[in-house]
Write a protein that binds this ligand. Sequence first.
Ligand SMILES: [Zn+2]
Length: 592
Amino acid sequence: VRARGLCGSLLLAGAFVGATWYARGYAPSYAGGFTGAPPAATQTIAWPAGATVNYKHWTGNAAATNVTGGNVTTAVDAAFASINAASGLAFTNNGTQAGTGAAASDSINMVTFANVAANTAAVGGALAITAFYYTIPSYQITEIDMVFNPSFTFTTNATSGQYDLQSVATHEAGHAAGLDHSPLCDATMFPFAYPNQTLLRSLEKDDVAGLRQLYPTAPLVFPLGYGTVTGQINLSTGGGAAGAHVFLTDAVRGTTGPGALTKPSGAFTIAGVPVGIYRLNVEPVNSPMSTSNLGLAGWSGVSFSTNFKTATLGGATPTLLAVKSGVTTTAAALTVTNTAPTLNPTAATTSSPATGAFGFSSGRPAVVAPGYAQFLQLWGAGFNALPDGAFSFDSPYVTITGPSTMNGTLAGSAFKQFPISVAAEAPAGGYAFKVVNAGETAFGAGLLSVSAPTTPVAAVTTYGASCPTTNPIVFATTGGAPSVGNAAFAIRATGTTPGRSVFFLLSIAPDAFVTAGNFSGASSCSILVDLNALVVPFPGFALTASTTTTTQPLAIPPVPGFSGLDVYAQAAEVDGGTGAIKLSQGALIAVR
Ligand SMILES: [Zn+2]
């Protein structure tokens, strides 16, 4: 991972490429760069599934002079633990090792902060590098060495202006597991890190998907399972688009990822996609990340396609792709116009009237908590001259709430500042802001990151005085079978009380909607909603019950991808007062 400083200046930009060192998501690392190597971008490199990988801390790490706060071992071990949880590997701290360097293949997996010439030469201008060695023809990794740059100061106690050690180490541990860099700006495997940034500590969907591709038997991070999306990106002038960034956007929530890079043929496979409904976009890898940030040995001879305009499958009416557990969904081929793009989002920064922040770091996302209601500066060349209407978020949870309040230019980039609102129940993860001008669209994919809420469930609403659902709502369906394209389909709840509020939720889990709290009925009660399982955004369909039977029309879109998708309907009836909540069991509406 490399450092990027404020105002877009690259503090240091030394690339490391060596004969046997390959420090290079979501793209897996590919083998290559030697005589007889497999074709570009075909052969992934990984440890054997479930492998235990013992690593050694250099004996001087605990007292490393370029780490503020100490606790090197704790931070690095926590980083490996994150990768273990999503890969099924067992990177294990196996004590300390004398010696200083990590430049030779010696069958010792070394983590070192030693300030010696061999390490300085190996790390170049990067914050840290991870070298790995693999054998052929198994293409299994046999050794990794993680080297931290003695020229940078890391911190384990949030010292201002320094690099969070656990964040950088988590990125490096991703390399150690076989991942290359990702163009999604909020991903742990994005190639740049910034002072005071802790975002890389947590793996994003993109990182999890990359590990899932390399280690398909890894434990489930997303309990509903994973599917795969494949497809083909073509150039309008003919041929496939090589090394283009294809990324998914959750069509319900608007969160971004995972994504993948196209092969030299233009074909792509995104494995490890959490079950859900997605839109598909493709953009050139043309900054903030560039193709030079990839492990180019594994891409030997590839002429990257970077001179095309961003596109969304289906265009103005995006195609919806249903991703089901264990199933491969094939998207229709998408042809991009290979003329030079004019829009390229580079950063987003938070701002408030009090501070009036004015500066950016190329590629750095704005990180906000759910409920954020201040300002956001959206950066990209020429953005200050675009009309306000050019900017939006494709998410029900993130809204530009008024006209721009400021704009400016800096270091070849420009921004417009808008007031924004991030809903309190916004799911954690990366979001994309969208820019549209003169028929061209571009996304700042992952440039807004919403942090996890402080409570484990994102939406908690307290109602009434008693919780038991002694008279639950009972479901039926009406209007024919729940088949694709059936506009007359509806769900009907009986047992509803005239005058009370009823919420219908559709989810991909049968129990997305539960009550909790005091079940004795003596005090208050909460409804808890698993927002990550919802098919329609919270609070779903809300209506006022007029009779004891309430019907909710639920036209099923004529989208072939919905066929085979298991969807559950649930309803809850509340009055905001003292009456008992009524809550239905989840009813399966299997769309066939
Ligand atoms: Zn890296």
